[in-house]
Write a protein that binds this ligand. Sequence first.
Ligand SMILES: C[S@@+](CC[C@H](N)C(=O)[O-])C[C@H]1O[C@@H](n2cnc3c(N)ncnc32)[C@H](O)[C@@H]1O
Length: 393
Amino acid sequence: MQYYQTDNFTLYNGDTMNLLADNVRQVDMIFADPPYFLSKGFTMKSKGRVKCFDKGDWDRERPLAEINDFNYKWLSLCRNWLKDNGTIWVSGTYHNIYSVANCMVELGYKILNIIVWNKPDAPYTLSDSHFNFSAEYIIWARKTKAKRHYFNNDLMYQLNGGKRMSDVWNIPTTGLWEKSMGKHPTQKPLRLMYRIILASTKEGDTILDPFAGSCTTGIAANLLNRNFIGFDQDKDFLELGIKRHHEIKSPEVASKYLRKMSENPNETMVMVNHARKDLRTKMLETGICYLRAGDSKGSILVTPGFERLQYLLLHTGGENAELYRLKTKGHFQIWTAETLREYGFNPEHASYYIVLHFDNAKPIEFKRKVDLKQQLNTYRAKIRPLSDFIGIK
Ligand SMILES: C[S@@+](CC[C@H](N)C(=O)[O-])C[C@H]1O[C@@H](n2cnc3c(N)ncnc32)[C@H](O)[C@@H]1O
């Protein structure tokens, strides 16, 4: 029996083994964040820090044979749900991930990647007898060796500043901004789900999460116009998921989350700059783009993200937007108006200018957002994540 349903968000409550066996449908992608079986059931205090080694009964340590049986069973049931060209992602740490990988191979899945999710803000591990834990692993596999899967490689290239994306992802842990409705003890970050969903699904696809918890997968799926089916045995967690689902019905909240989700602190940034027609022609001729440095009182306004600036998006009042690669990442010079004049420009408004050198040979192709023109239609120069302007279907 369904626990909750709208046209794009369906939840079932119960043991995932039964739910997977009883309700088989065909889905395009599965994301599973199963028990890692690492909870020890106690809280420890050391050097003034308190660490809880208990995520819940569902995550208690178990003998390896039991862990293997559990993983084999749900992974085998998941295969019936996946379309032939579908893929599955499973997260874990050393406690469960080797078992998951072995079961997958035995069941005939083809492993595509093992993503190392590096958390730059990982909390300190209490014990000093080993390195700090700062990574989780996410296995990405397709249903069979024989049938090709979907991978949005072009988009991953673009989100990675025009370079091939690697299997090591630097994504921070779940932020306070995504816990406004309450929190789950092992809630995944929306930013992680954003990348996974964009890499392996298209708009309108259906995603299953057999261990949904607070439904982070479903929230990211809906924000990106995908459908979601989630299972969990704990009604309180599903209720949290439903609250989160209601929360994103507000267009303001949805657009805030979409923006935050795409704003990976490691993401490529773009300088968006309006230039009138004649100035633009000169900029394209010289490969020099400039903008006023600060206000008339002489301060320089350097926006966060400057160090990740890799592109220039040049437009004229929102029209004719073209994307260019900067010659050096996160690098700018301060020139006087006089120096600019030596290069044939005619700056009139300030004494100092920020100068960016860009590769003027040819603009870079990119998938434009439908509302790109409205988005750009401002005369203010701004630094934004590249994904703000890319059509991410
Ligand atoms: C690691 S958490 C998932 C957290 C989720 N990714 C999120 O962001 O909130 C695993 C979830 O699986 C659920 N779970 C564990 N064993 C289960 C089972 N046999 N059947 C259904 N749910 C189960 C737990 O209640 C827990 O919420």
